[in-house]
Design a protein around this ligand. Structure first.
Ligand SMILES: [Zn+2]
Length: 490
């Protein structure tokens, strides 16, 4: 891998066969975008792409949790022209086209992580940080030109950029980006759940994750060995899954979420979750063999040699540069993986398993033993006693008579928050001071707590609850407030 600076931007490249490819990366992704302005960076990237003249080679922009990317492949001349065009467009965005581009982008799926992964992240982080990765915030139409301009100035500049190329930089390559201020290193978000839990959610397949340091070779190798064990158990022995999907998502310094969500034959979701847990317990309690570890190191080496990898490797190095993470090259990584002893792997995995989050489709129930024999508890936000004294709002009498569910329902407004008693023993609470968002909807407000609670201040259901909405508006800081996508004034 070679590197140089072009117009102040670090450029990393290796000489690869095949079409010339470039990826321009900016250090800023979903994790850096508060819910109230979610989508601003996507709009910057998309507006810049839309400003370019017709191109007859592949190019696109995309975003993940940590970064925003522009990629193009073609002849060196085409790619050079593309990069020059993008850099220039970023400094003078066609903001008059904002509404139009929001419309166009709105038709595509912008979820950065899979549905199951999103639910697992929500389980660990609640409504904040990675827990809200797939939340659309105010929707792209709710992001103002001012917010787009501010995102462009904050993120899309040469002091927060890197370029990777699958060949030497072409003659005349320029990256005319403005100067800017390097953003502070993103801190890892606080984990709301630190012990093992399970919960049912609106997912098609079961999923499981744990939290740990992706720089720990023993933990990394345990991820790959666990995947292989799942292939054996779920696919080959039991024929319940076709594909074992997995990822480890970096979520800040020394932190990643290791996620597995095998597909499941319909009707066997519970069994898949149980087998997955069984394999996890086995890996956490019995040392693997030396031969198994050696096979995983070999597999890692072989995967790294496939055609997809050079760009991934360059992106990994560039990503490390942008978030001030240490980069280890492939040989160094292989070397440290090869040093992992069986017992070391088991211990690392057993520690990580204490942080396991498991989800299954709604309606299923899991009884999973932990390593120490205690059951894995079910995640519930509903851990509150009776609502504190305050102003009580009840559904209309006619609604209470008509809908059995609503008989005991009430909203209670206190000085510091709002309680919701959905049923006798189903009680939720969000303190204004801990709110992660306040969303204005057609029928009132949605108050998202710092953990898992959501209070639906439904003014149609609870007459007089406009007072609770007004109290929330006054107490929750403006930067956490926004209108739901598609909001219309009544
Ligand atoms: Zn709750």
């Amino acid at each position: 891998m070679q590197g140089e600076l072009i117009d102040g931007v670090p450029v990393l490249w290796t000489e690869e066969p095949g079409p010339f490819e470039a990826v321009l990366i900016f250090g800023g992704g979903i994790l850096d975008e508060p819910l109230a302005v979610r989508g601003a960076m996507r709009l910057v990237a998309h507006l810049a792409e839309s400003a370019l003249p017709r191109r007859n080679h592949p190019s696109r922009d995309w975003q993940d949790l940590e970064s925003t990317y522009f990629t193009a492949s073609g002849s060196p001349e085409q790619v050079t022209r593309y990069l020059d065009g993008i850099c220039r467009a970023l400094t003078r965005l066609p903001l008059h086209r904002l509404a139009h581009e929001a419309e166009v982008l709105g038709t595509t799926d912008l979820s950065p992580v899979s549905e199951v992964a999103q639910n697992l992240l929500w389980g660990r982080y609640g409504h904040s940080g990675p827990g809200s990765a797939n939340h659309e915030g105010p929707g792209l139409h709710g992001v103002s030109a001012e917010e787009v301009r501010s995102a462009a100035a904050r993120v899309f500049h040469r002091d927060n950029a890197a370029l990777v190329l699958t060949g030497p930089p072409p003659e005349g390559l320029r990256l005319p980006l403005p100067a800017g201020e390097r953003p502070a290193v993103r801190a890892a978000a606080p984990e709301v759940i630190t012990g093992a839990v399970w919960f049912p959610s609106d997912v098609p397949d079961p999923g499981m994750s744990w939290s740990g340091d992706p720089g720990d070779p023993a933990l990394l190798l345990s991820h790959y060995l666990f995947r292989e064990r799942l292939v054996q158990a779920l696919r080959h022995r039991n024929g319940l899954s076709h594909e074992i999907r997995d990822v480890h998502l970096p979520l800040g310094p020394g932190r990643a979420e290791f996620i597995f969500w095998p597909d499941s034959r319909e009707g066997h979701e519970q069994r898949v979750a149980e087998l997955m847990w069984q394999e996890a317990l086995r890996l956490a309690s019995e040392d693997p063999t030396e031969a198994e570890l050696a096979r995983e190191v070999t597999a890692y080496r072989e995967r790294a040699a496939t055609v997809e990898r050079p760009v991934d490797e360059l992106l990994e190095a560039a990503g490390c540069l942008l978030v001030d993470r240490d980069y280890q090259d492939l040989e160094a990584r292989l070397e440290s993986l090869a040093q992992v002893a069986p017992e070391q792997l088991r211990t690392a995995f057993a520690t990580a398993l204490k942080t396991a989050v498991v989800t299954v489709p709604n309606g299923l129930h899991l009884e999973l033993p932990q390593l120490d024999g205690r059951p894995v508890p079910q995640l519930t936000c509903n851990a509150y006693g009776d609502p504190a004294p305050g102003t009580v709002f009840r559904p209309k009498r006619t609604d209470r008579l008509r809908y059995r569910d609503l008989r005991g329902a009430q909203l209670v407004l206190t000085d510091d928050g709002i309680w919701h008693r959905a049923a006798l023993d189903d009680i939720h609470y969000v303190a204004f001071a801990e709110a992660s968002a306040l969303i204005e909807c057609g029928n009132g407000r949605l108050l998202l707590g710092g953990t898992h609670c959501v209070i639906d201040v439904d003014e149609n259901l609870y007459p007089g609850a406009a007072r609770a909405s007004a109290a929330a508006d006054a107490a929750v800081p403006p930067r956490l407030r926004f209108r739901a996508p598609g909001f219309r004034e009544e």
